[in-house]
Each structure stands twice: as structure tokens, then as C-alpha cells.
Design a protein around this ligand. Structure first.
Ligand code: NAD
Length: 261
């Protein structure tokens, strides 16, 4: 078992990329709190079981990242249970593909609320706690290739993921003096529930069999395959280490070579 490293919160940790990060951080030596929606109870419970298998403590917390009291309560609970917070992974996010002119103001509000306001709230409450503790910390958010370049049919999502880069750069500048690094990961096409919902939409539009849109994306990067959550976790794991302490303000691509910075 790895040496104990501290405590972490992973939002959207019940499935997909968040689930894989939560389990990896437990392997790395962190006690991990999974914060997700109540509708993900069974999946969150399964992740808690995986974390405990690695000999680490786990908390299953329910809340919506776009509601400040929920996030604050989650941070407070972790601090009350484990004495502090060392890592915040602001991973929870939602997606929607539609032509620009078919998106509604309600779609805009929903995507911005979860993907951008949610990350702001998580960064804020992690930073407040970490500054109070005075022992540094790691704050990490989920951006995307859609945060590096505009994408047709993905306008609002892109805007939120560009926004995560802005929050990340600004927070890094404010919290560097406290030894807190702030970075984001920018995955490419990763096969998860989120991608599966987009596949439902695209295959219905094109009358193609379910899964064919996802399959077509295999050729979108230079490695010729879609990614999986396990492709994203080594970067996030590294960003949480002491050795990564000189990296801050970055939004780092993990996309098999779609975008080149
Ligand atoms: P997913 O849909 O598989 O999992 C997302 C998790 O977040 C779910 O457990 C869900 O219940 C939770 N969640 C959603 N809204 C929430 C809210 N308001 N409060 C708390 N929890 C909430 O998604 P994923 O593919 O694992 O994506 C994780 C992150 O990575 C997202 O921010 C996403 O935008 C980003 N990302 C994903 C891809 C991809 O191809 N899958 C690519 C780039 C970026």
C-alpha cells in the first residue's frame, strides 16, 4: 500500500473519468470523497468499495456542483472527517451537441451552471480551505479539447471549457503564493457515459446504428483510437504529486494527438 498522501475530493466521481481518477488517487495514497448527484448513488457506492479495497478511507457525498452550499458542505465534511483537504478534482461536467441556432438559453444556463459555475465553486472552496491550512494543495479542473479550439455543434460546451482555462490560469496566479497549484486536464475523445449520450444524438440524426458515431471518432487523432478514462488518470495522478509542484496554470491535453499546443 502506498504511503498516506492526504485527502481528495473528486466531483462527478461516480462514473467515467471521475471514477477512474478517484480509484487512482486511492491507489496513490489519498483518502477520497466522491461527490456526485443523488441519482448516481449505486455507482458512487461501487467506487467507494473500490477505494476501500486499496486500504484508503472513502466518503460518498451527494450534491450538485452548481450549488455553492453543496460544495461547501462537501469540503466541510471532508475536513471534519479527515482533518483537511489536499486535492480538489473539479471533474463533474455535462455535454450537449446541437447546431448553434438550435441551442436554447436554457441549454446555455444548464451547461454554464454545471461546467463553469461548478468549477468556480469547487476551486473557490478548495482554495479557502487550503489557504487556511497553510500546507499548499492541488486544485485540478476538467477542461477539454473543446477548451482549446471551437468545434461545430459544440458551441456552449466549448465556451464552458474555454472558461475553465480562464478560471485555472487566474486561480493559479492568485494561489501560487500559498503553494497551491491549479491546473486542468483537457481530454480528447474518451469513451464514457457522456460520449455515449452524444452518440445517441448523432446516430439518431444520421440514421446510423448506435455506436457508429463513436467508432468514427477513432480516426480523429493521430494514434487512431478513442481514449478511455485510464488514459487520463496518469496525468491527473502526476499533477497531484509533490514532484508536479512547479507546474501551475496549465490546461494539459490528453487527446491522442487531436490538438497541438
Ligand atoms: P460522465 O458523464 O461519464 O460522468 C460525469 C459524472 O459527473 C457523472 O457521475 C454525473 O452524475 C456527474 N455529474 C454531472 N452533473 C453533476 C453535478 N451538477 N453535480 C455533481 N455531479 C455531477 O462524464 P465523463 O466523460 O467522465 O466527463 C468527466 C469530465 O471530463 C467532464 O467535465 C467532461 O466535460 C470532461 N471531458 C470528457 C470528455 C469525454 O470524451 N468523455 C472529453 C473532454 C472532457
Amino acid at each position: 500500500m502506498s504511503q498516506h498522501k492526504g485527502s481528495a475530493v473528486v466531483t462527478g466521481g461516480a462514473e467515467g473519468i471521475g471514477r477512474a481518477i478517484a480509484i487512482r488517487l486511492a491507489q496513490d495514497g489519498f483518502d477520497v470523497a466522491v461527490l456526485d448527484l443523488p441519482s448516481s448513488e449505486a455507482k458512487a457506492q461501487a467506487v467507494v468499495g473500490e477505494i476501500e479495497k486499496h486500504g484508503r478511507k472513502a466518503l460518498k457525498l451527494f450534491g450538485d456542483v452548481s450549488i455553492e452550499e453543496d460544495v461547501k458542505a462537501a469540503v466541510d465534511r471532508v475536513v471534519a472527517s479527515w482533518g483537511g483537504l489536499d486535492v480538489m478534482i473539479a471533474n463533474a461536467g455535462i455535454s450537449l451537441n446541437r447546431p448553434f441556432h438550435e441551442m436554447t438559453v436554457e441549454d446555455f444556463d444548464r451547461l454554464v451552471s454545471v461546467n463553469l459555475k461548478g468549477v468556480f465553486i469547487c476551486y473557490k472552496h478548495a482554495a479557502i480551505q487550503m489557504m487556511k491550512q497553510g500546507r499548499g494543495g492541488r486544485i485540478i479542473g476538467a477542461s477539454s479539447i473543446a477548451g482549446k479550439k471551437g468545434m461545430a455543434g459544440n458551441s456552449i460546451y466549448c465556451a464552458t471549457k474555454f472558461g475553465v482555462r480562464g478560471l485555472t490560469q487566474s486561480a493559479a496566479m492568485e494561489y501560487g503564493k500559498y503553494g497551491i497549484t491549479v491546473n486542468a486536464y483537457a481530454p480528447g475523445v474518451i469513451e464514457t457515459g457522456l460520449l455515449d449520450k452524444l452518440d445517441d444524438y448523432h446516430t439518431a440524426q444520421s440514421n446510423q446504428p448506435k455506436g457508429s458515431w463513436t467508432k468514427s471518432l477513432n480516426s480523429s487523432n493521430v494514434l487512431g483510437r478513442n481514449g478511455h478514462p485510464q488514459d487520463v488518470v496518469p496525468l491527473v495522478s502526476f499533477l497531484c504529486t509533490e514532484e508536479a509542484g512547479f507546474i501551475t496554470g496549465q490546461t494539459i491535453l490528453v487527446d491522442g494527438g487531436i490538438c497541438f499546443d
